[in-house]
Ligand binder design. Structure first.
Ligand SMILES: [Zn+2]
Ligand SMILES: [Zn+2]
Length: 378
């Protein structure tokens, strides 16, 4: 009798709650991948929503860490919200996050654990001196509000904040071409700047990507959301905001911060992943899984199965000498899907090496990552 009740409850819960939420990407073994958005506005600067809405959005979209980063200096709602204590937006978001029951969001894609909300600010200066700079993991926003160009950045660094250059590709300057000014070179040389946005809102910058690689800055993609993510990214139609994934040893907040300083990130933007080769490679290896199902009965071809465990439709180009029975060298492995290939090996082989270019896994400007697999055939 008891067993029956448990069984019925299980059926009801599957019916009510639907499927288990899917992971965006499978982490490499013994690592974690944390989904983040480190650039978010509220009514406490030029955004149009209360901080608690940012927390709800993050739960609905499966984001595990957000930073509230209102402009310190630009306060267009000052008449209605005097905002004397610049830490308030963060405090409200944090308080709301502690109070809500994550089970209320179970119908949406949710992370397994509680959302982490961290404090931040956007230090707002004229472009390019040095333009807009975000500081996250700060201790006190009020202290960072300073008059001249660099003292806010220095104060943030004194608080051990992680500091990055926002939207260096802004069209207001150099027609959208990101370029280091002397002040940025100074900041990089003195370790005052640790990261750079390669993706901001709906823009992607190959020049910013080059700067990140040349100067060894952490690669970031953020929403810079001011309105509602549901409107800007059509979340209800399956869209998503740009996310930075941080590859960490554990889910501990200090470990996430450490990993950001070490540059262990990649971006999910539209249907692409973008990052340093050393971070993209293990992600491709843990998400594109290839196995051999042996030769067909007449030994004319080998059956290969390619599984994609991620949220990206991987676009592969086969780089080897063989040809396929049914496909061209261009192959799309759909997100969370799989495909079968028949490879014509001419004569019977024990082992086969396969190499693919992954068109939408970018490791540099106009450069895609490659993956190699060695398969035993029987
Ligand atoms: Zn900005
Ligand atoms: Zn902003």
């Amino acid at each position: 009798m008891k067993k029956n009740i448990i069984y019925i409850l299980l059926l009801i819960s599957i019916f009510v709650f639907g499927q288990e939420p899917r992971k965006f990407f499978m982490p490499p073994s013994e690592k974690n991948i944390i989904s983040t958005d480190l650039h978010i506005h509220t009514v406490f600067s030029d955004g149009v929503v209360w901080p608690s809405v940012r927390v709800e959005e993050a739960y609905r979209e499966g984001i595990e860490l957000i930073a509230i980063t209102d402009h310190l200096e630009y306060q267009p709602h000052k008449e209605d919200i005097p905002n004397l204590d610049k830490n308030r937006a963060f405090e409200i978001a944090k308080m709301f996050n502690q109070e809500i029951d994550r089970n209320d969001y179970i119908n949406f894609k949710v992370p397994n654990e509680k959302l982490i909300v961290i404090p931040g600010v956007e230090i707002t200066r004229d472009t390019p001196n040095p333009g807009h700079i975000n500081a996250v993991f700060i201790k006190d926003a009020n202290e960072i509000l300073q008059k001249d160009s660099l003292s806010g950045v220095i104060k943030a660094n004194n608080q051990n904040a992680f500091v990055f250059w926002n939207h260096p590709m802004w069209s207001q300057r150099d027609n959208g071409i990101a370029r280091l000014a002397d002040i940025h070179k100074f900041m990089i040389k003195n370790k005052l700047l640790h990261g750079i946005e390669v993706v901001n809102f709906d823009t992607f910058s190959e020049e910013a990507f080059s700067i990140a690689l040349d100067e060894n800055l952490t690669i970031l993609g953020t929403s810079d959301i001011h309105g509602l993510t549901y409107w800007d990214y059509q979340i209800d139609l399956g869209g998503h905001r740009p996310m930075t994934f941080v590859i960490t040893e554990s889910k501990d907040t200090d470990e996430i911060k450490k990993a950001l300083f070490k540059g262990q990130t990649f971006i999910w933007f539209n249907d692409m992943i973008i990052g340093k080769e050393e971070n993209i490679q293990p992600i491709l290896k843990s998400n594109i899984v290839i196995k051999s199902n042996g030769y067909t009965k007449d030994y004319t071809s080998v059956k290969i199965n390619i599984k994609n465990k991620s949220c990206v439709n991987f676009k592969l180009e086969y780089l080897g000498k063989y040809s396929f029975y049914k496909n061209s060298k261009f192959i799309v492995v759909p997100k969370y899907g799989e495909i079968d290939l028949l490879i014509k090996t001419i004569k019977k082989r024990k082992k086969i090496d396969l190499e693919f270019k992954v068109e939408n896994a970018l490791i540099g400007p106009k450069t895609s990552s490659k993956v190699k697999y060695s398969l035993l055939l029987y």
